[in-house]
Ligand binder design. Sequence first.
Ligand code: TXA
Ligand code: MG
Length: 323
Amino acid sequence: MSLKTQLLSAQCSTDLTQAAELLKAGEQVAVPTETVYGLAADASNPDAVAGIFTAKGRPANHPLIVHLGDVASITEWAMQIPDEAYKLANAFWPGPMTLLLPRAEHVSPVVTGGLDTIGLRVPAQPVLLDLLTTHQLAVAAPSANPYKKLSPTTAEQVMHGLGGKIAAVIDGGPCQHGLESTIVDLTKRPFRVLRAGPITASELSAVLGETVDAPEQHDTVVPGNVGSHYQPNTRLQMVAADLSDLPAPQPEKRAALLHFGEAPTRDDLVCIAMPDDAARYGQALYHQLAQADQLGVDEIWLAQPPHGEAWLAVHDRLRRAVS
Ligand code: TXA
Ligand code: MG
């Protein structure tokens, strides 16, 4: 089935009212968040949420994050909420942190992929936050990409992947962080980060006054946290940061190179300079991979980013993106 996907403007109040009406009517609407664009549906309407899985081609047992307008609403979606949840929420919400808590009894298994836990976050993107509070909505929203593909950080990228499959996209400009939220499991001790993101385990630990674990390599602990993910269509390969192992030119072959510093002079390469600080690199990563993917090159080569805590989220996504 093909829909005409409307492009709505975050600057236009009638467009936003329309987005709210579509959501309340059970439609799927892509929304800007400060991390990546999300594909939203009314979290209290299981049929609407089921439509997210259809549009994305996502397996039904992969849980979704529910986005709320304020901290107080967590009691409607979760239970047995520890004090630490409020400490973290007060420090980092609205913001790019998802808290995993035991789900409230009424929550549909469609939302949680049948799990007894639920991921909750209050997003910082002002237009989305306003939509949630003004219309008293809670929306389930995974990243607005077809299953396993790159997460979109612009409305144009959402259209490219899901145009014709969803009712509308709200264009709120490029996302601030460009990588998905940090997911923190508060359902068992020690607390731990299940997915690295813009907020580091050290920042979480500092607020709680206790260590939050951050496994370097994330195991597939939940459905949805899979090994191959975030993939461009073009084969992606890592090369050394100093480009010392760059493959030699081959006849009739072109590659895109995402590099640091000065670009090498080679006719067979389309060179894309990447920022050298972790936050700006994270913001640019999916966007530049998507751009490179649309060049029609044979391969994408990406210079190995630096290591260290600030780069954990970048390395986590890259591990899954390489072919
Ligand atoms: O920044 C973000 O978190 C973005 C924006 C749209 O908010 N959302 C996002 O959603 O990245 P998604 O569905 O692409 O990734 C959410 C992941 C799931 O794949 C799963 O690994 C984990 O969050 N998750 C969600 N609910 C969970 C639960 N109840 N238990 C364990 N993991 C869960
Ligand atoms: Mg995703």
